[in-house]
Design a binder for this molecule. Structure first.
Ligand SMILES: *Cc1c(COP(=O)(O)O)cnc(C)c1O
Length: 229
C-alpha cells in the first residue's frame, strides 16, 4: 500500500473513533481530501484508495487538473475551499459540487449567472470568520443571518450551511467550533431544515470539529503530506 492509501485508512479510523466518542454515526462525517498544490498522481492514488471528494483552493490549479488527462475517475466530487474572487466564479461553475467559501451574497449572485446558463444548481456554504482574525476571510457571526437570507433568494444556488477555519491555537478551537454549531442551529431554526452542513476541521483539529457537529472535514497534510507552498 502506498503512503496516501495508508494515510487515508488511518484518517478513516480516526474519524470513526471521534464519531463514536461524540455519539455520532461515522457516515455523518464526509471526508474531503484537500489536494491543493499536489499533483494529479497523488489525487489518483487517493481515488484508487476509494476517496471521492476533493477540495481545491486555487481556480487556476483546479482548471488545470480538470483539463489534464491524468485523472481517470469521472465520479469525483469537487469542493472549492479557497477564497473565490467574483470574476473567477465563471471558471468553476460547470464542475464544482460545493463552494464552501461564499462570504458575500454578491458572490452567490455572480456564480448564479453562470450556473443558470448551464442549467445547474450549485450548493454553497457561507464562510464565517469565527476567530475574528484580520488575516481571515469570512462573515462576522452577526452578519450571517442577513447574508443567508440574501443568498437563499438567489436562483440556481442552494445554501446548505456554514464553513469556517478555526484559530491555529488549539485551546481556542473548541469554543469556536461550538459557536459555529450554534450558528448553524440558529440558521436551521430560522430558515428550515435544508441547511444541514457544517464544514470545519482540518488535519490538526478535525477531532474537535467532529465533537461539535462537523459534517464535512477538510484534510490535506494528514493525507498527502506537507505542502511546499
Ligand atoms: C489547506 C486547507 C485545508 C487543509 O489543511 P491541512 O492542515 O493540510 O489539513 C483545509 N481547509 C482549507 C480552507 C484549506 O485552505
Amino acid at each position: 500500500m502506498n503512503h496516501i492509501a495508508e494515510n487515508l485508512n488511518q484518517i478513516r479510523a480516526e474519524i470513526a473513533e471521534a464519531a463514536v466518542r461524540a455519539r455520532r454515526q461515522p457516515e455523518e462525517i464526509k471526508l474531503i481530501a484537500v489536494s491543493k498544490t499536489k499533483p494529479a498522481t497523488d489525487i489518483q492514488a487517493a481515488i484508487d484508495a476509494g476517496q471521492t471528494r476533493f477540495g481545491e483552493n486555487y481556480v487556476q490549479e483546479l482548471i488545470e487538473k480538470w483539463n489534464g488527462d491524468e485523472l481517470v475517475s469521472s465520479n469525483i466530487e469537487w469542493h472549492f475551499i479557497g477564497h473565490l474572487q467574483s470574476n473567477k466564479a465563471k471558471f468553476i461553475a460547470e464542475k464544482i459540487s460545493l463552494v464552501h467559501t461564499v462570504d458575500k451574497a454578491s458572490l452567490a449572485v455572480e456564480l448564479s449567472k453562470h450556473t443558470a446558463k448551464l442549467g445547474r444548481t450549485v450548493a454553497v456554504l457561507l464562510e464565517v470568520n469565527i476567530s475574528g482574525e484580520d488575516s481571515k476571510y469570512g462573515l462576522r457571526p452577526a452578519e450571517v443571518m442577513r447574508e443567508a437570507e440574501a443568498v437563499m433568494s438567489v436562483p440556481n444556488i442552494e445554501l446548505k450551511g456554514l464553513m469556517t477555519i478555526a484559530s491555529p491555537e488549539r485551546e481556542k478551537v473548541k469554543t469556536q467550533f461550538h459557536a459555529m454549531q450554534k450558528l448553524l442551529a440558529d440558521l436551521q431554526q430560522h430558515f428550515g431544515t435544508g441547511i444541514t452542513e457544517l464544514s470545519m476541521g482540518m488535519s490538526g483539529d478535525f477531532d474537535l470539529a467532529i465533537e461539535s457537529g462537523a459534517t464535512y472535514i477538510r484534510i490535506g497534510t494528514a493525507i498527502f503530506g506537507e505542502r511546499s507552498r
